[in-house]
Design a protein around this ligand. Structure first.
Ligand SMILES: Cc1cc2nc3c(=O)[nH]c(=O)nc-3n(C[C@H](O)[C@H](O)[C@H](O)COP(=O)(O)OP(=O)(O)OC[C@H]3O[C@@H](n4cnc5c(N)ncnc54)[C@H](O)[C@@H]3O)c2cc1C
Length: 480
């Protein structure tokens, strides 16, 4: 019988546990597992609260349909019927530019401006900036495929205005990351592929648009509908983590106790020391708590490995949900939300109109739910300030930007201190070095948002890779 310890019960740790549970049910004498989570609650950054009928997300509010992992596991868990797309009534997103709210051209929010004419007419980018962006049609592709920062890439292909006013803030919003130091290879490899395959980003978009139209006609000639790019669960993202939790053996789960350190053992390859003084022996360990935690936990096993893990920087951010009576609000722009570039010098980096973006987010049509983001690379300190200070700043800026003066009827702040990995230039090299060091420690694996993508699908994919790797190293044939 092999024992596996899973450190951390976010989406990654829960997925590893779920896969091992399935393995265990098929071969009960072969394998057992224990999941150790510091908090009393499982789910990690996935947290949904129902507050007086407002469905409030503290972390992720969606997953992308382009990557299959979340949908696949939802089908296995029997919860895929609860998956829903963004509300199509008020499509569209906005950006604050010189303190004015402008609608973004279609597709720009996905970093793919499919309607090029809409983009040409849009006032956010000056004519000079638009002509510069067209330069992309003539600029040769970069000959080498070395890593490059997002800022350098966009500057080189589309010009600085596109970077500062559009792409930088949108990407910064997704990754809480600084475009000047953010690795394109690790975050948006698609951009590099587009340049490699089509030489120009604009040509690549035109090519993709044609291919998409052709595909849609083949599926259903009458159809012009696109699959919603973002999906969520009707009752919030914890539907996913709760379903995973329910599928596990309750006696395999230990919450409310943190792992203090991991060492090599004598009876078994690994020995896990918990903060409450208990010890666990394991044949394999999957650490999913984040590279900034793994660096401390694994220092006793391999200093070099710990140093490499410690090289991945983290930043802090917070998501604040405010619920209002509609009657108390001025007329707001209709759409999914507003991105606020760093150059606007605001504390708020984005506002999501959660109840316009998704159905079932408010008690009834008399209410509206907003989600406001602060922190990230440009302003991580703000996250550590007290609630009152944060709410005062947010209310002041909501008044400036949207003319909101009313007090919310519901408010919730979720802080993610040092919770967001930053994929800096050279990130993938560092991850490859970590993987090379792990080769010296069969049965040990690090998984989760710190390595090959922070999206929920990426975390699930990382969990699947991790589970398969340790099973192989334990000599157990995987059924995944
Ligand atoms: C505000 C916000 C919005 C986001 N929006 C989206 C989105 O819309 N779509 C999307 O796909 N992604 C989004 N993400 C990213 C995504 O939510 C995360 O990358 C993902 O949830 C990380 O999962 P994880 O299991 O790897 O890590 P975590 O969820 O961080 O889980 C790690 C767990 O380890 C535990 N732990 C830490 N230390 C110890 C220890 N010593 N011992 C035991 N346990 C420990 C922690 O308590 C935690 O539960 C968002 C993230 C944030 C913060």
């Amino acid at each position: 019988m092999k024992h596996v310890a899973i450190i951390g019960g976010g989406i990654t740790g829960l997925t590893v546990a779920y896969l091992l549970e399935q393995q265990k049910q098929e071969h009960p004498d072969e394998l057992d597992y224990q999941l150790i989570e510091k908090e009393e609650r499982l789910g990690g950054k996935v947290i949904t609260e129902n507050v007086d009928g407002f469905i409030i997300e503290g972390g992720p509010d969606s997953f992308i349909s382009r990557k299959p992992e979340v949908m696949k596991i939802s089908e296995q868990l029997g919860i895929s019927a609860n998956v829903m797309g963004t509300n199509t009534t008020h499509r569209g997103s906005y950006v604050l530019s010189d303190n004015q709210i402008h609608q973004l051209p279609d597709g720009v929010a996905l970093l793919m401006p499919f309607k090029i004419m809409d983009f040409a007419r849009n006032p956010i980018i000056s004519w000079r900036g638009k002509f510069r962006a067209l330069g992309d049609l003539f600029i040769p592709a970069r000959p080498n495929q070395q890593d490059e920062s997002l800022a350098s890439f966009i500057n080189r292909r589309l010009g600085n205005e596109m970077l500062e006013k559009l792409i930088g803030p949108l990407v910064g919003g997704i990754h809480s990351n600084n475009p000047n130091s953010m690795s394109l290879q690790a975050t948006f490899p698609r951009f590099l592929e587009m340049e490699r395959e089509h030489r120009s980003i604009i040509l690549a978009i035109l090519h993709m648009k044609r291919a998409m139209k052709k595909r849609m006609k083949q599926v259903n000639p009458a159809s012009t509908n696109r699959k919603p790019p973002f999906l969520t669960f009707q009752h919030g993202m914890t539907e996913l983590t709760s379903a995973l939790e329910k599928a596990l053996s309750p006696d395999s789960i230990h919450t409310g106790t943190a792992v203090a350190r991991i060492e090599k053992g004598e009876q078994t390859p690994y020995r896990i020391f918990l903060q409450n003084g208990e010890e666990i022996n394991a044949d394999a360990v999957v650490v999913t708590a984040g590279a900034n935690i793994a660096t401390k936990l694994l220092n006793g096993i391999d200093e070099e490995l710990a140093q490499l893990l410690g090289k991945i920087p983290f930043t802090s951010s917070a998501a604040i949900s405010l619920g209002y009576r509609k009657a108390d609000l001025p007329q707001l722009p209709l759409g999914y939300g507003i991105t606020i570039p760093v150059r606007e010098q605001r504390n708020i980096s984005a506002i999501t109109f959660s109840s316009l973006k998704w159905d079932h987010r408010v008690p009834n049509d008399d209410y509206m739910l907003l989600r406001i983001f602060i922190g990230g690379y440009a302003n991580p300190e703000l996250v550590q300030r007290d609630n009152e200070h944060i709410l005062d700043i947010i209310k002041m800026e909501l008044n400036d930007i949207l003319g909101i003066t009313a007090d919310p009827v519901v408010q919730r702040i979720y802080r993610w201190v040092q919770g967001r990995p930053q994929y800096e230039l050279g990130h993938l090299d560092c991850v490859h070095q970590i993987e090379a060091r792990l080769q010296d420690h069969p049965g040990l694996y690090v998984a989760g948002s710190s390595f090959y993508g922070a999206g929920l699908s990426d975390c699930i994919a990382s969990a699947v890779r991790g589970t398969n790797t340790i099973l192989k190293e334990l000599g157990i044939e995987s059924n995944n």
